[in-house]
Design a protein around this ligand. Structure first.
Ligand SMILES: *Cc1c(COP(=O)(O)O)cnc(C)c1O
Length: 491
């Protein structure tokens, strides 16, 4: 496909503006100084309106999203994002307010709805997770982790403890060690017990000490396995004066079943753009709210939205920041990604508690259906009941020269998004599937059929899979070359 610049034709216009019918004014002192004006023409492409429409329509068809087909990218919860939530977020009363309005004197009169959304969503997330208070500011899961680590650091600083180390299991999402390191901590790995696929509790008992600031734990973990010993782990961590962080990006498996706040977790983040059905990936910005137990609430980012009873009929306002002297301060401009929060709020209200519970049950059922159906075709390092995602291995196929990446590319030719591959790192040739609850049985069966077919080809004609994908505008790329031989020269 030609680039939009290659399609450009000199002098072609998409719009024609009417002739200016007011005098051109160069206000004294306010005009742009000559030294700031460009001397060469701006190198823009010149196209008609129809050229532009065709260009972007063609681009959109090359994209793959949840709205195209099953997107089983493990650890990403690529579930369907209900369109009604987009309608709600686009309503004028929400989309036309300015983020500064609420903080101007009297401005909260005009922003009660938005403040109610912030306060209401914080409350609902507390109910889902068992935490006592939430902040909606962090703009991604990783940003939530960093915020959580900053809260933990602020707490230890306040108590006068010097603790420099954060413990992280070896199967954790890569953002966990990165966030702990970004917050200034040294990272120490806790091994996984290879038999159970769960954190090695005895090893944890051994290495947790006076220098431990926190343990970051994901439950269910990234092998899709639930750790029933969370309360015991919390006890070990707390007995040494450390705190327990929960990476809640996998909450989709346990809504209505397990609340980290009931099991000794002190801080956690959730991913609204995974569990609570707001678009992500190429489709939209994220949001990673952070919840804490009551003793950590004073450290949360400001500003805080609170309920007020001012006698003027208005129910919500920003609390004055000076009421939070221990706060770590803002971690994002304004109040986080408000429209993402609004969509998640609408989603949670639409689902209700029972709906969220059913979503988790269905997500777990779907993942187990996929795993069981593929057991005869692929190796399973942990073939027991999984949660919302399952990890298989292409180790058997690799003996014939077909690696996980070849299977991923072959799925593209069959109309499916690939699974997560080579993660978690502790599984050889890992293929990690998360079908989510929004897929029906027909879609799952079609996907299982494609995976079975690929396993057959891997056995009979392994070399042919190296040529996949063959149906896409761009074939197999060297995925690392752009980073290694960076060329950012533009025209
Ligand atoms: C997705 C994910 C994260 C990171 O979330 P982002 O929004 O991508 O920053 C962290 N941990 C786990 C387990 C995840 O699945």
């Amino acid at each position: 496909m030609r680039t939009i610049f290659e399609k450009s034709t000199s002098g072609r216009r998409g719009v024609t503006l009417p002739r200016c019918d007011v005098p051109v004014v160069d206000t004294d002192g306010r005009s742009i100084p000559d030294r700031c004006k460009r001397t060469s023409p701006l190198n823009l492409c010149e196209l008609s309106e129809l050229d532009v429409v065709r260009h972007f329509t063609a681009l959109s068809r090359m994209n793959f999203g949840v709205d195209n087909n099953l997107y089983p990218l493990g650890s990403c919860t690529m579930k369907y994002n209900p369109k009604v939530c987009e309608r709600i977020a686009a309503q004028n009363g929400f989309s036309s307010i300015h983020p500064m309005m609420a903080r101007l004197a009297g401005g909260h009169r005009h922003t009660q709805g938005a403040l109610a959304v912030v306060h209401g969503l914080e409350g609902l997330l507390c109910r889902v997770t068992g935490m006592d208070a939430f902040t909606l500011q962090p703009m991604a899961g990783a940003h939530g982790e960093l915020t959580g680590m900053m809260l933990i650091a602020a707490y230890h600083r306040k108590t006068g403890a010097v603790r420099r180390e954060v413990l992280i299991p070896d199967e954790a999402h890569g953002t966990n060690p990165a966030s702990a390191a970004a917050a200034g901590y040294a990272v120490r790995t806790v091994p996984t017990d290879t038999g159970s696929g769960l954190l090695d509790v005895e090893k944890l008992r051994e290495i947790t000490g006076d220098g431990t600031a926190a343990l970051m734990m994901t439950n269910p973990n990234t092998l899709g396995l639930f750790n029933p010993r969370a309360a015991e782990i919390a006890e070990i961590v707390h007995s040494r004066g450390a705190l327990l962080y929960c990476d809640g990006a996998n909450m989709n498996a346990v809504m209505g079943k397990f609340r980290p706040g009931d099991c000794g977790f002190d801080v956690m983040h959730v991913n609204l753009h995974k569990t609570f059905a707001t678009p992500h990936g190429g489709g939209g910005p994220g949001s990673g709210p952070v919840g804490v137990k009551a003793f950590l609430e004073p450290f949360l980012p400001t500003p805080r939205v609170v309920r007020v009873n001012a006698g003027d009929g208005l129910g919500y306002a920003f609390a004055p920041d000076d009421g939070y002297p221990d706060s770590i301060g803002p971690v994002a401009p304004f109040y986080g990604n408000f429209s993402v929060c609004l969509k998640a709020y609408a989603y949670i209200l639409m689902m209700g508690g029972k709906g969220l519970l059913e979503a988790s049950e269905q997500a777990v059922l779907n993942a187990n259906y996929v795993m069981r159906s593929l057991l005869g075709f692929y190796e399973a390092p942990y073939p027991k009941t999984c949660m919302h995602e399952c990890v298989l291995s292409a180790a058997r196929q690799a003996e014939a020269g077909v690696r996980a990446v070849d299977i991923a590319k072959a799925l593209i030719d069959r109309g499916f998004h690939p699974p997560t591959v080579y993660f978690p790192l502790i599984v050889k040739e890992a293929l990690m599937f998360e079908p989510t609850e929004t897929e029906g049985k027909e879609a799952l069966d079609a996907f299982i059929g494609a995976m079975a077919e690929i396993a057959g080809i891997a056995a009979s004609d392994p070399k042919s899979l190296h040529a996949c994908p063959a149906t896409t505008p761009v074939g197999r790329m060297d995925e690392a070359r752009a980073a290694r031989e960076m060329d950012v020269a533009f025209l």
